[in-house]
Design a protein around this ligand. Structure first.
Ligand code: GLN
Length: 284
C-alpha cells in the first residue's frame, strides 16, 4: 500500500496507465473514475489537486483504472451514465445511452401531438428515451418496452430514482407481448449495425449487448420489422420516429414509404449527419 496519495498523483498515475490502453481520452477517463470513487465533481480536482486521498479510496480507484485499461466502458465500471441531463443507472444488459440519441428525443418533442399522447419507446434499454420524454411532457402516457427482463428491471429502477412513476415499462419482444392498443407516437433506437461491422470490434461496442446493436446483414432487420408491424399499433395520423445509422436514411425512408407511411422526413444529429427518420401512418 502506497502512503500519501493525492488527487493529482492518482490522476497522473492513472492517466499514464490509460495512455497505453487504447482509450482516446486517458486523462478524462482517469478523472471520471475518480469522480465516481470520491463522489465529487471534476471541479474539485482543479481547485484542490493536492488533497490527500485515503488508502482505501486509492486502492479502490486503482482497481477501477485496471478495469478501464482492460477496455471496459466507463459507464459499465461506474454503473452510471447521463442522458438528456438525467442520471441513469447503466449495466452491461443495456446499450450505454449516447448523445446521438438525444436527436431522437428532440425530434419527438417537436411533433404536433396531443397533451395526453400515448407514446411507446420500443427497445428502451436503460429507459433513456422514454424517461427523457416523460420528464419533458408530464401529460404524456409513456411506455418503454424491451425483450430483456434485465433491461426492464433497470429501466424501472431508473424511473423510480428519477421520480417519474408515470413512465411504465413492459417486457416485450418488439410488439409481440404488448397489450392491444394504439399509440400516437412510436419511437425507437433499435439495433441497426450490420453483422460483421468492424466497429463492433472497437471501443465500448465490444462490451455492449449484441442484440441491442446488430440487426442482420445490412443492419436493417429490426427497422424492417418495425416498419411492417407498427401500422397495426399506431393511431390514424400517429407518428413513427426511428434512429438509424448515418448512412441508412435513404433506406429507412424507402422502407417506411413501402410500408405506407406518409410525410416522411429525416433529421440530422449534432454532427450534421442524418440520424433520425420518421413519418405518419394515415390509418386504415
Ligand atoms: N449508434 C450506435 C453505434 O454505432 C449503434 C446504436 C444502435 O445500434 N442502436 O455506436
Amino acid at each position: 500500500m502506497r502512503e500519501g496519495d493525492t488527487i493529482e498523483s492518482l490522476l497522473a498515475d492513472a492517466t499514464e496507465s490509460l495512455e497505453g490502453s487504447g482509450t482516446a481520452t486517458p486523462r478524462l477517463d482517469a478523472e471520471l473514475l475518480l469522480c465516481h470513487q470520491l463522489d465529487c465533481t471534476r471541479t474539485r480536482f482543479m481547485t484542490w489537486p493536492e488533497q490527500k486521498v485515503s488508502p482505501e479510496d486509492s486502492e479502490a480507484y486503482r482497481a477501477l483504472v485496471v478495469k478501464r485499461c482492460e477496455g471496459l466502458p466507463i459507464a459499465y465500471i461506474t454503473g452510471e451514465s447521463e442522458f438528456w441531463s438525467l442520471p441513469l443507472a447503466t449495466s452491461p444488459d443495456t446499450l450505454i445511452p449516447r448523445q446521438d440519441t438525444e436527436t431522437l428525443v428532440e425530434q419527438a418533442l417537436l411533433l404536433p401531438l396531443p397533451d395526453d399522447a400515448r407514446v411507446l419507446d420500443l427497445g428502451t434499454g436503460t429507459g433513456a428515451v422514454a424517461l427523457a420524454l416523460g420528464s419533458e411532457r408530464y401529460g404524456w402516457d409513456v411506455t418503454g418496452s424491451d425483450a430483456s427482463p434485465a433491461a426492464i428491471a433497470l429501466a424501472r429502477r431508473n424511473g423510480e430514482a428519477l421520480g417519474l412513476p408515470g413512465v411504465t415499462f413492459v417486457e416485450s419482444d418488439w410488439f409481440s407481448d404488448l397489450e392491444p392498443g394504439r399509440w400516437d407516437l412510436i419511437v425507437s433506437n433499435p439495433p441497426y449495425v450490420a453483422e460483421g461491422d468492424e466497429h463492433l470490434e472497437q471501443g465500448d461496442l465490444r462490451f455492449e449487448p449484441h442484440s441491442a446493436l446488430v440487426a442482420g446483414a445490412d443492419g436493417l432487420d429490426a427497422i424492417r420489422l418495425i416498419a411492417r408491424e407498427a401500422p397495426a399499433h399506431i393511431n390514424p395520423w400517429g407518428w413513427l420516429l426511428l434512429e438509424h445509422g448515418y448512412e441508412q436514411a435513404e433506406a429507412v425512408v424507402d422502407l417506411l414509404g413501402e410500408a405506407g407511411f406518409r410525410d416522411l422526413f429525416s433529421r440530422r444529429d449534432l454532427t450534421g449527419r442524418f440520424r433520425v427518420t420518421g413519418g405518419r401512418w394515415p390509418g386504415g
